[in-house]
Design a protein around this ligand. Structure first.
Ligand SMILES: N[C@@H](CCC(=O)N[C@@H](CS)C(=O)NCC(=O)O)C(=O)O
Length: 240
C-alpha cells in the first residue's frame, strides 16, 4: 500500500541483548500489522530506554507512532488499526468477537502468563541488555515483595506440570480448528503466540512436552504465518 510520508507507521518495541523483540504485547501488534498487511518501521528499545523515549508519557511498549501521534496499550492499538484502516482485513469482525477475545485474554493472562513469569522471570533478566538488568531485577523483585528472582524460580521445574495442564483449553480448541480463531487466525491466536514468543525468546527450560502434538502443529502453522514472521534462529526450543 502507498502512504503519505508522515503516515509511516513506527512500532516501538522491547529488545533483548541479542536484539530480539521479546514482549508478548509487542508480538500481538506485530501480528496485527501483518494481518492487516501494513508495513512499519521497528524502533528497538531496552527496558531503561522506554520512559525516556516518550518523555514519561508511556511506561510500557508497544507504542505505535503514526502521522505524528503516539498510541500505547496493545488493545487500544489493535482497535485503532481496525478503525484507521477499514479496507484491510479486520482484526475483529465486530464487537461480539472483540468481547470474546478480551475474555480469552483475561483467561490467558491469569492462567498462562502468570505461570510463565514463574518459569522465566530470571531468564528474562539474563537475556535483557546488561544495562537493563538492574532495573528489571529491582522492579520485579519489588513486585515479588523482596523475593529474589533466583529464589522465585529455584524450584521452577516443579511448576511445569501445572503450566502444561493450564494450556488444556488451547489443545481442545485446536483439536477442532486449525487456529484458536477457527479456520483462520484471529487476535486470540496472536495473544497466545505472543506468550509463546516470549517464552521461546528467553526460556532455558523447555515449556512443552515432546508429545504435545496439538500445540506443536498449531505453533508450526502459526510460526509460518505472514512469510514466517515468527521464525528466528535465536529462538530457544519450546519442546523438551
Ligand atoms: N497493558 C500493556 C502492557 C504492556 C507491557 O506490560 N509491556 C512490557 C513489556 S512485556 C513493558 O513495556 N514493560 C516495561 C517495564 O517493565 O518497565 C499493553 O497491553 O500494551
Amino acid at each position: 500500500m502507498t502512504m503519505a510520508a508522515d503516515s509511516k507507521i513506527r512500532l516501538h518495541e522491547l529488545v533483548l541483548e541479542n536484539g530480539r523483540s521479546a514482549s508478548p504485547y509487542v508480538w500481538r501488534i506485530r501480528y496485527a500489522l501483518a494481518h492487516k498487511g501494513l508495513a512499519y518501521e521497528s524502533v528497538p528499545l531496552g527496558f531503561t530506554e522506554i520512559p525516556k523515549a516518550f518523555d514519561g508519557r508511556f511506561k510500557t511498549v508497544p507504542v505505535l507512532e503514526m502521522g505524528g501521534s503516539m498510541l500505547g496499550e496493545s488493545w487500544d492499538i489493535a482497535e485503532y488499526l481496525d478503525r484507521e484502516f477499514p479496507d484491510t482485513p479486520k482484526l475483529f469482525s465486530g464487537p461480539a468477537e472483540l468481547a470474546m477475545v478480551r475474555l480469552f485474554e483475561a483467561w490467558f493472562l491469569w492462567e498462562v502468563m502468570r505461570r510463565l513469569f514463574g518459569l522465566y522471570a530470571l531468564d528474562v533478566h539474563n537475556a535483557a541488555r546488561p544495562e537493563d538488568r538492574g532495573y528489571f531485577r529491582r522492579s520485579r523483585e519489588a513486585r515479588l515483595k523482596g523475593t529474589t528472582l533466583e529464589a522465585f524460580t529455584a524450584d521452577r521445574a516443579s511448576r511445569l506440570p501445572a503450566t502444561r495442564e493450564a494450556l488444556y483449553p488451547l489443545r481442545t480448541q485446536l483439536a477442532r480448528f486449525p487456529f484458536l480463531g477457527g479456520a483462520s487466525p484471529n487476535y486470540a491466536d496472536y495473544i497466545a503466540l505472543g506468550g509463546f514468543h516470549w517464552a521461546a525468546s528467553v526460556g532455558t527450560l523447555p515449556l512443552l512436552a515432546r508429545d504435545d502434538d496439538g500445540l506443536r502443529a498449531w505453533l508450526e502453522r502459526s510460526m509460518d504465518l505472514y512469510g514466517g514472521l515468527g521464525r528466528d534462529p535465536r529462538l530457544k526450543p519450546l519442546f523438551e
